[in-house]
Design a binder for this molecule. Structure first.
Ligand code: ZN
Length: 196
């Protein structure tokens, strides 16, 4: 889809192979990737990528007492951004690079669903990258990614709390269950999030 007034940032959350076809494969993930990339090409604006990235002893893993199977371990295919963001994006500067990738979950003893405090390789946070929040002139933030019920939900809640106007690209979301997805969208809409 094409929006009338492209605005500054599109945050792409966890479009990583483990969430698409790997150990935590989500529903609608492939369609979400295609629609998210289409949105990037149709709406030129800055793009930021949030990536779950864990050491192999992360506390969220079931063999370490957590609730998830091992996923998005640093250096594995499962923790890599889907290749369509490199091969299918027209403007090269919108593809993942050291300038726009923000990592979360690197501390073995800390679960981190929200990408809001994701850190770039040079130490800059996603919040700093997006810029001014809470003012009339604050940039709008568009969000696509996986999974609606977890990392999307927490990232969007933090963005709203910071004062950004947030728009969710609903056909570019992957989810654990359809019911959970719809329920989360309804709650976020009630929390001033626009559903596109
Ligand atoms: Zn994780």
């Amino acid at each position: 889809m094409k929006i009338d007034n492209p605005t500054p940032v599109h945050v792409v959350v966890d479009m990583l192979y483990d969430f698409i076809d790997g150990s935590l494969a989500c529903l609608n993930a492939n369609e979400a990737v295609i629609n998210s990339v289409k949105f990037i090409n149709d709406n030129p604006m800055r793009v930021a990528y949030v990536c779950d990235r864990h050491p192999d002893n992360h506390c969220s893993f079931s063999d370490k007492g957590g609730v998830w199977p091992p996923h998005c371990v640093a250096g594995t295919r499962g923790g890599t951004i889907h290749e369509l963001y490199s091969t299918g994006v027209n403007d090269e500067s919108s593809s993942p690079s050291d300038k726009n990738v923000f990592l979360k979950g690197e501390n073995p003893s800390q679960e981190q669903y929200s990408g809001f405090e994701g850190i770039r390789i040079d130490g800059k946070t996603l919040f700093e990258f997006i810029g001014e929040a809470g003012k009339e002139s604050s940039p709008e933030v568009y969000v696509s990614g996986i999974a609606t019920e977890f990392c999307i939900n927490e990232t969007v809640k933090d963005l709203v709390k910071a004062g950004y106007k947030v728009v969710l690209i609903t056909d570019a979301l992957g989810y654990v269950s359809r019911e959970g997805h719809l329920e989360t969208l309804k709650k976020l809409e009630g929390n001033n999030v626009t559903l596109l």
